[in-house]
Design a protein around this ligand. Structure first.
Ligand code: NAD
Ligand code: TYD
Length: 335
């Protein structure tokens, strides 16, 4: 089996490649990534010499680069995206280009190259927001109602992927997953931002009242969900993937991180809210559990601690990432 992974140098893509190489050493993995600010080949240094892994630097919006990379490939697992809501508010154009146009380029190339499965990695953010203190959850029938340029561009990509199935018969599957956390997450997202800021002696910026709720899933559980959808999922179907059974808000998450690192709650700072900030996400994952037998194996509390240990042990990784381009972004975002 030859698998093209797009965006394999990013957070979830690199965790997925490490997971796949460990569990399916007989398969060939091609990592196709543009290496934007979010792509980091250091995530994959443990397998860079592994003969079943190769890297191709390329842009999913580039028709010929994509076509060449897809020759002889059986499956495409599509992670590549602009993925950060705050950056999509600053500069939406790159989101439309990569997430919408790039996905369409991949879909065309998949038809041309007779790809046997195109798996699209998407987000629960396409469904919009839920009310605080409601017991509603997103599921596969929830109408799309994206509210940020990021989620709108991911919604566009989901619609395109489905349309290529209905119109052209492309064998697709989609997962809409909740917020991931774990090793190699770029420190612009709240959990690694909070951990690394505290280690550096800086405060955790919490938007608005801090009562916004996210559904957290440890990244390895997301990888195992995609694995099951690839092997047992029904072509044309969408599966929602989530991790929490109880709501936890951003302030509670920040307080846990402060406690684990032995710091004071004074290190939490309320800052200006994000425009259009979605109040609450919660995902019902009964379809993937019932049909494919998936469930998350990593609890939030234990794996938050493990994740904090990882960031403590891998200061070199994130200190490098936090210098350079990121510094400019941080100053602009939190000025
Ligand atoms: P990330 O930003 O860490 O990584 C994205 C990767 O895509 C980077 O390596 C980047 O270089 C690459 N990339 C960007 N534009 C590209 C282009 N034009 N051509 C080729 N490569 C390009 O993102 P992530 O958090 O790992 O998310 C991966 C996927 O999972 C995304 O599609 C995202 O929407 C989805 N998702 C993320 C989460 C989450 O919590 N992070 C949750 C659900 C779904
Ligand atoms: P983030 O990690 O950016 O993921 P997403 O926007 O895709 O859910 O943000 C997670 C939550 O944390 C979200 O409610 C916004 C909030 N947040 C802060 O309060 N402060 C911050 O500095 C950041 C980056 C996020």
């Amino acid at each position: 089996m030859k698998i093209l992974v797009t965006g394999g140098a990013g957070f979830i893509g690199s965790n997925f490649i490490l997971y796949w190489v460990k569990n399916y050493p007989q398969d060939q993995i091609i990592n196709f990534d543009k290496l934007t600010y979010a792509g980091n080949l250091e995530n994959l240094k443990d397998i860079e010499k592994n003969p079943s892994y190769s890297f191709v630097k390329g842009d999913i919006c580039n028709v010929s680069e994509v076509d060449i990379a897809m020759r002889g490939v059986d499956w495409v697992v599509h992670f590549a995206a602009e993925s950060h809501v705050d950056r999509s508010i600053m500069e939406p154009a790159a989101f439309v280009m990569t997430n919408v146009v790039g996905t369409q380029v991949l879909l065309d190339a998949s038809l041309k190259n007779n790809i046997k499965r195109f798996h699209h990695v998407s987000t629960d953010e396409v469904f919009g927001q839920l009310l605080l203190d409601s017991d509603q959850k997103f599921n596969e029938s929830t109408p799309y109602n994206p509210r940020s340029p990021y989620s709108a561009s991911k919604a566009g990509s989901d619609h395109l992927v489905r349309s290529y199935h209905y119109t052209f018969g492309l064998p697709i599957t989609i997962t809409n997953c909740s917020n991931n956390f774990g090793p190699y997450q770029f420190p612009e997202k709240i959990i690694p931002l909070a951990i690394t800021n505290l280690i550096e002696g800086k405060r955790i910026p919490i938007y608005g009242d801090g009562l916004h709720v996210r559904d957290w899933l440890y990244v390895e559980d997301h990888c195992s969900a995609i694995d099951l959808v690839l092997s047992k999922g029904k072509v044309g179907e969408t599966y929602c993937v989530g991790g929490m059974s109880e709501d936890i808000n951003n302030l509670e998450v920040a307080k846990k991180i402060v406690r684990i690192l032995g710091k004071s709650e004074d290190m939490i700072e309320f800052v200006k809210d994000r425009p259009g900030h979605d109040r609450r996400y919660a995902v019902e994952w009964s379809k993937i559990k019932k049909e494919l037998g998936w469930e998350p194996l990593h609890s939030f509390d234990q794996w938050l601690e493990e994740t904090i240990s990882w960031y403590k042990k891998n200061e070199n990784w994130w200190r490098k990432v936090k210098s350079g381009e990121y510094k400019k972004y941080y100053e602009q975002q939190y000025k």
